[in-house]
Design a protein around this ligand. Structure first.
Ligand SMILES: Nc1ncnc2c1ncn2[C@@H]1O[C@H](COP(=O)(O)OP(=O)(O)O)[C@@H](O)[C@H]1O
Ligand SMILES: Cc1ncc(COP(=O)(O)OP(=O)(O)O)c(N)n1
Length: 274
């Protein structure tokens, strides 16, 4: 069985973070493992408190996994503060896993900052070059480009997304996927692999329940890479998975409800033919 590790924050309401990642891994039939970087007190209406986990414990969790188990892909989500980022970076250098999917989580949909402002440069310098693929949403792509250029870059069109993907590629990741969830019209994601741009289209589903979409997409990509798919096929499969998960999203809580993960849904997404 393929084994996939998430290094991310805990979301108490189960829609995003570690919980979304593990649900996604299970739906893909891969074995999920987790390293918790922070505990959030969160529900469908907002994030109310964050407790960062001490970097020694993060390091120890990473040692515990890699000294015992072969890891086929790693998804990185909420990393919060510079010392967490350095600890993860040093451990990745030590164990050198492949298929690192970096979701540069910055601000939750409810508007809470999940990455301390002083962490942005560390994320860019320490983690971007180690990523096989990085998956920013539009505000995250803008933040990263603004941090490296000191300009006020705004991504408004699909062509802007393509240009941004090319510029972020220069920061070191092997592939860049800019997600179009924050645009209007069709939900179009853009991949740049250093050679060509590929667009991934889906209809925009009319729902408020999109809590955890970014976490789910990046974990689905990591699962597909672990299963041996190429980057383009991994993104294409993951895009189908997230679209189906949003289509069947759940009216749980009073705010932005979560996406839905289960085996039957995975079959509906067309990835399993039995
Ligand atoms: N309403 C929607 N309908 C269809 N796809 C969506 C919708 N909202 C987001 N997506 C897709 O979900 C994935 C996550 O994108 P996005 O919501 O931008 O990420 P994040 O959660 O990091 O902000 C992308 O593939 C995006 O195209
Ligand atoms: C613990 C934790 N990690 C990440 C997020 C952000 O999740 P994401 O899927 O990018 O988007 P929203 O859930 O914020 O819509 C989070 N909220 N919590």
């Amino acid at each position: 069985m393929k084994k996939v590790l998430t290094i991310a924050g805990s979301d108490s309401c189960g829609g995003a973070g570690i919980q979304a990642d593990l649900k996604t891994f299970s739906a893909h039939g891969v074995y999920g493992m987790s390293i918790i970087t922070a505990v959030t007190a969160q529900n469908t209406q907002g994030v109310f408190a964050v407790q960062d986990i001490d970097e020694d414990i993060i390091k120890a969790q990473i040692d515990a996994i890699f000294t015992d188990i072969e890891v086929d892909a790693v998804k990185i989500g909420m990393v919060s503060k510079p010392s967490t980022i350095y600890a993860i970076a040093r451990q990745l250098e030590k164990y050198n896993p492949g298929n690192i999917v970096l979701d540069p989580v910055m601000i939750s949909k409810s508007g809470y900052s999940l990455l301390q402002p002083e962490s942005k440069q560390s994320l860019i310098k320490e983690l971007l070059p180690k990523a096989f693929v990085i998956t920013p949403n539009i505000p995250e792509a803008e933040e990263m480009l603004n941090a490296v250029t000191s300009e006020d870059i705004a991504i408004k069109t699909i062509e802007d997304m393509e240009q941004a993907a090319k510029e972020i590629y220069r920061l070191g990741p092997k592939n860049v996927l800019i997600k179009g969830g924050h645009m209007s019209g069709e939900a179009i994601d853009v991949l740049y692999d250093g050679q060509e741009i590929t667009r991934f289209y889906s209809e925009r589903i009319n729902t408020k329940n999109t809590h955890g979409t970014g976490c789910t997409l990046s974990s689905a990509i990591a699962s597909n890479l672990a299963l041996g798919y190429s980057i383009k096929d991994a993104v294409s499969n993951a895009k189908r998975y997230i679209t189906t998960a949003i289509e069947h999203s759940l009216e749980i809580g009073q705010g932005v409800g979560p996406t839905h993960h289960f085996y039957e849904l995975y079959k509906k997404g067309g990835l399993i033919n039995d």
